[in-house]
Design a protein around this ligand. Structure first.
Ligand code: ZN
Length: 498
């Protein structure tokens, strides 16, 4: 092995170990950590973060990377590791170390402050810490901005390279022009689809059994992962042999946990499917946030809400809950899980209105970073945009501006990747249908072949290819939102007989 690379690898390994420890604390915070642990645990997180920072940002690493970037003797995997490690460092190196530690402690604390504010339905409790997080983000982005670059573009770049305000404005405008009028027509047909049976009493133990089963059916390898519970479902991993997803069960809602689990399983299959040669390096993760979301939302919506997916497995659900489902036909069930319900909660949103929820957050983030919008006025702005796009005004801040965990973690610029992920998934699906008979495979219960297709074209590469490269290599063209818009228009015009 190349000597310089060998030296660098020691830093890469240490960063992976510290990163895994931080991920484990992140997981624990959301799942099992006791409420009063926050203060002291956030100190530990601060120390580990500082170690992480010093491990990747120091003179020796900088010198090694400089030489390795132009070293032609490196193997493919090594080259990818050097490129991704350098990218991770670039996004951090302009931040003063003491700020980085203070900020890590702050965001570690903020998630429980946010959770409490949400329970208390009181934005004022969250406002000071949110303001602090925003200030840090502006400061960090300011130091990272290249000549004349907009602050919000720096934030967007962190999660999805090369999709900037101008691209997103165009993408969202196209969506808005199609979906807002379509939604109006659908709203005129209120009551067209019955769904009351989804909201009867559903025993949680039985739900757990089904959610475990369905994720295994999709191909999740339980010898290399777990399904836990958290209020806000998510997926994380320590490495490819320890991939952790969560879901959340409601006693009076059958679909919420199922579609959260299917969504998270889409993320998890991606993580479990990355080639082992990239494991425990910066290459051993998804290509980008939107690419990750393209996988989770592909399974949640395009697959999970399709009739074909339920053909071989609906009986199993009826067997578990005969008291609620024995007189509900497969067709009625499929219609119900696809119904449009424009209400306040993003994570419970239907496939059609989901992007409108994202647009609200995008507009607000743009105002925060580009117009210095006052923080105390955000709840009103939130409600105003919900009324404009979705035609609903949240009754309170818990189901309004306090509903998402992201801002407490400083994740500004992340939301658009959900919408881009949807569009990526429709574009990939358009190609997949040409290559394999998706519906037939689903009806035969052969979902593994679909996972295999994604594994071959997307998962295995990890971060060794960029999002744009992956999309181009699978579909033969650049990002094109028309597939997503066509998919939504056709699906919902048919469903609502418009
Ligand atoms: Zn997701």
């Amino acid at each position: 092995m190349n000597q310089n690379y060998e030296k660098l690898k020691q830093y890469v390994d240490k960063a992976a170990a510290l990163g895994a420890a931080l991920s484990l604390f992140g997981w624990d915070n959301e799942t099992l950590a006791p409420k009063n642990s926050m203060e002291k645990t956030s100190k530990l997180v601060g120390i580990l973060s500082s170690e992480y920072f010093n491990t990747i940002i120091n003179d020796e690493v900088e010198q090694l990377l400089k030489e390795l970037k132009v070293d032609n003797t490196l193997e493919e995997v090594e080259k990818a590791v050097v490129r991704c490690f350098a990218e991770d460092i670039d996004s951090l190196k302009t931040i003063p170390p003491q700020d980085f530690v203070a900020y890590s402690e702050l965001t570690s604390k903020a998630s429980s402050i946010w959770a409490n504010a949400r329970v208390e339905n009181n934005f004022k409790l969250f406002e000071p810490v949110l303001a602090e997080i925003i200030e840090y983000n502006k400061k960090f982005a300011g130091t990272q901005a290249k000549d004349g670059q907009k602050i919000y573009d720096v934030k967007l770049d962190e999660y999805e390279k090369s999709f900037h305000i101008t691209d997103l404005d165009e993408f969202f405008n196209q969506l808005k022009d199609t979906i807002v009028p379509l939604l109006k027509k659908i709203k005129e047909k209120e009551g067209f689809i019955k769904s009351d049976f989804l909201f009867k009493h559903y025993d949680i133990e039985k739900q757990k059994k089904f959610n475990h089963w369905i994720t295994e059916y999709m191909g999740f390898d339980y010898s290399r992962g777990v399904l836990g519970e958290s209020e806000h479902p998510f997926t994380t991993n320590l490495h490819r042999e320890d991939v952790r997803m969560t879901t959340y069960y409601f006693e009076n809602n059958l679909e919420s946990a199922i579609f959260s689990s299917i969504h998270e399983c889409g993320h998890a299959l991606y993580e479990q499917g990355i080639d082992d040669k990239y494991a425990m390096t910066p290459v051993g993760q998804g290509a980008s946030c939107a690419t990750h979301e393209s996988q989770s939302r592909f399974f949640e919506n395009i697959i999970g809400r399709s009739r074909s997916f339920w053909v071989p497995i609906y009986d199993k659900l009826v067997e578990l809950f005969p008291e609620n489902l024995s007189d509900v036909t497969l067709d009625d069930f499929v219609k119900a899980i696809n119904r449009v319900h424009a209400d306040e909660i993003r994570t419970e949103a239907d496939e059609l209105t989901y992007c409108l929820h994202i647009m609200v957050r995008y507009e607000i983030e743009k105002k925060i970073f580009e117009e210095n919008y006052p923080i105390d006025k955000l709840p009103q702005l939130w409600n105003q945009l919900y009324e404009e796009y979705l035609g609903v005004i949240p009754a309170n801040d818990s189901i309004g501006i306090l509903q998402d965990v992201h801002w407490s973690g400083g994740m500004f610029g992340y939301f658009p990747s959900y919408a881009l992920g949807n569009a990526f998934s429709a574009q990939i699906y358009n190609q997949m249908k040409k290559d394999i008979n998706v519906n037939k495979l689903l009806e035969e219960g052969n979902i593994k072949e679909i996972v295999q297709y994604l594994n071959t074209h997307v998962h295995q590469y990890g971060r060794s290819k960029t999002a744009k490269q992956i999309l181009f290599d699978v579909t033969g063209e650049e990002f094109n939102p028309k597939y997503y818009i066509e998919y939504l228009t056709e699906k919902y015009s048919t469903l609502y007989e418009l």
